[in-house]
Design a protein around this ligand. Sequence first.
Ligand SMILES: [Zn+2]
Ligand SMILES: [Zn+2]
Length: 265
Amino acid sequence: MRVINIASGSKGNCTIIATNNATIMLDCGLGIRELISRLSEAGINAEDIDAIVITHEHSDHIKGLNSFTRKFKKPVYAHKQVWPYIEKYASDINNSCERYFESLPFYVKDVLITPFAVSHDSKNCQGYTFECKKAKFSYATDLGFVSGENMAHLMGSKLVFIESNHDEKMLIDNPLYPPVLKARIRGNSGHLSNKQCAEAVVSLAGSGTRYFALCHLSEHNNTPELAFGVVANALTNSGFQVEKNVFLRLTYQHKIGNNFYLKED
Ligand SMILES: [Zn+2]
Ligand SMILES: [Zn+2]
């Protein structure tokens, strides 16, 4: 299984999960031109995408969905309660492309996709696990906290993409953010701080996850160095050796990320 981030952050999100049989696009939050250009940079032909899976209806996750599905007519999977909101922004999605799910796992070709609800200020925001034989990748961004149930889904993953949105102090000190917005971001339905991310990463590393990518970094309330440093320090303080037995990568708003290859056998 190959996993590559195409964009991550409040200006657009997209990740590709590919096996020998299936190519899945997780979120479609870039304009179509930029999206196609980055996909091609990653060696992915938009025509080859088998399905689009959506986390939630915030524009940084579905901004490109209308034009992409108009052009490529791919099936779009989203939680039943998210669909009415998606349709508001992506009214051109052909009815034949709509795929509902509630809470049960579903397959796209050889990939088993398990949705799980995360706490965010949108209707039924979803995290996902993607499994093909022994390869398991999990994705959790746009969440206010990592619940016990969320952790149970993430456990056993070889690779986890997890939100490391903000540095608490930078957010609190940011003069451009009104108090109500700060409260929203810091709240239980907001976004994960670097510290919250680090706590989850340490627990997951303890359960055997070896590869992590930090996602959805705020451009105003975080820096890549801070996010990486907080998580790397937490791992080191818990006895892990970063770059030896646990591997940490960043994702980016303005460029594609690293390739990850997970063994399926
Ligand atoms: Zn987002
Ligand atoms: Zn969101």
